[in-house]
Ligand binder design. Structure first.
Ligand SMILES: [Zn+2]
Length: 439
């Protein structure tokens, strides 16, 4: 058994003081012990030793980054100058494709090591990697068909972050259009070939999800087959949808319906499903999401960077659709900033304050934390996200003496974090109870 003893612990019942966190040999939280229980069991010496550098610190569940394309980190600051005459998501995509073309397993490994380290330092203990650069630049598979995914797995092991590979399926450029030359390395020749690569990765025993890229890139028969596989094997399914109005227009033109209606028709929506973005989802689509039990992953800093639009936060909340977050293009890595952007852009959309709250008396901090931790863990099918017995000991420590937090009270601490701080207040990070970062 290992122990941590910070000043405060954020449990499902709120902040608690003087709690000894016991972590078992499997890297799970075994018990949360009060001071009286520590004394009754004669664990004072263990508790004192566990105090260590955790005096003046508060412990939170680690954040879950449910949507990342790690290689796009290389574009940070590089895609702000003019790309096309009229710069939009679509001209940015050209810069992203050029970066994707440069990748090989070694470059991907190096980029992933650096970026996953940056994620850990920001307080993300898990990343869901929506991975679509699979093959050689001309589309031919590598001798080992999952070589690029294995480079990501190796990087995660090197750095110590928990990684869930969301293996992307990609077949074409758009409805009725074959893949462009620069998309060839994303594509598998058939859904059977894609599922064979899924099976090979499952054989390695690594956490895995299925990720048909979008309704643009994956035809209906693939969507049905992938959804059936995900139900059969209880695997998470992630898909981009409704990020850009042009995608909705081409779906309407090709299929006579909007993207989430098409996904419902292909039986893609269910409790295992996470829709990434849903920025322009209409009421009918949101009703379909809610009735299916699916959740939405928002990527506010990337959606801002790309000019996607502001998601319908209030309508999502009214339908109790769980919201997770992702750093997506990795233009910023800071869960406090990511979630602050969610609340701030919601305020800009509705012209009111306090949108992401669970009730009339609540402040946003607690719900933002739930989105950043618990809903992200559920999206990736992992047992973290709450600081309670039985969950994985994926934890972050916050430095309560950091100048950015000056003036905090226990009632305002979460709001001080989300509205007044950056990830610089994170002082230490544990994954499966192993410390993987210290500032
Ligand atoms: Zn994405």
């Amino acid at each position: 058994m290992r122990y941590l003893w910070p000043d405060y612990v954020y449990t499902p019942h709120g902040w608690q003081r003087d709690i000894l966190v016991a972590i078992d040999e499997h890297g799970c939280i075994a018990e949360l012990l009060s001071r009286a229980e520590v004394e009754a069991r004669g664990l004072q010496a263990e508790a004192e030793a566990a105090r260590g550098s955790l005096s003046g610190k508060a412990l939170l569940p680690g954040f879950v980054n449910a949507h990342s394309h790690v290689f796009q980190r290389a574009l940070r600051g590089q895609a702000q100058r003019p790309i096309g005459g009229h710069d939009t998501f679509w001209s940015w995509r050209q810069a992203m494709y050029a970066e994707a073309r440069r990748l090989d397993p070694e470059r991907l490994y190096q980029l992933a090591c650096a970026t996953y380290r940056e994620m850990l330092a920001a307080g993300y203990t898990t990343v869901g990697e929506f991975h679509y650069v699979h093959h050689q630049p001309d589309g031919r598979p590598y001798a080992a068909p999952n070589l690029m995914a294995e480079a990501l797995l190796q990087a995660a092991r090197t750095v110590g972050i928990r990684l869930v590979i969301l293996l992307a399926a990609y077949a074409r450029n758009d409805f009725g259009q074959p893949a462009l030359e620069e998309q060839r390395r994303f594509c598998d020749p058939s859904v059977a070939a894609y599922l064979e690569r899924v099976e090979a990765l499952r054989g390695l025993g690594v956490p895995l999800g299925l990720a048909p890229h979008s309704v643009r890139a994956v035809p209906e028969d693939w969507l049905r087959a992938i959804a059936a596989y995900s139900r059969q094997h209880q695997l998470p399914l992630h898909i981009h949808a409704n990020e850009q109005p042009a995608e909705i227009a081409s779906c309407l033109a090709a299929c006579g319906c909007r993207p989430l209606v098409l996904l419902a028709r292909c039986e893609v929506l269910g409790p295992q499903t996470t829709v990434v973005h849903a920025t322009h989802a209409d009421r009918t689509e949101l009703d379909l999401l809610a009735s299916s039990g699916a959740r939405v992953c928002l990527c506010p800093t990337t959606e801002g960077d790309l000019g996607d639009g502001i998601p319908p936060y209030r309508e999502l909340l009214a339908r109790r659709i769980p919201l997770a977050i992702g750093s997506d293009s990795n233009t910023r890595l800071d869960p406090f900033e990511e979630l602050r952007w969610a609340e701030y852009t919601a305020r800009l959309r509705y012209g009111e304050r306090r949108i992401l709250v669970t009730g009339p008396e609540a402040s946003p901090g607690a719900y933002l934390l739930t989105c950043g931790c618990e809903h992200g863990a559920a999206a990736l099918g992992i047992e973290s996200g709450r600081l309670e017995p039985g969950r994985l000991a994926d934890l972050v420590a916050v430095d309560l003496e950091h100048p950015m937090l000056q003036g905090w009270t226990i009632e305002s601490l979460l709001d001080c974090l989300f509205f007044g701080a950056t990830a610089e207040v994170i002082s230490a990070v544990w994954v499966s109870g192993q410390q993987v970062y210290a500032r």
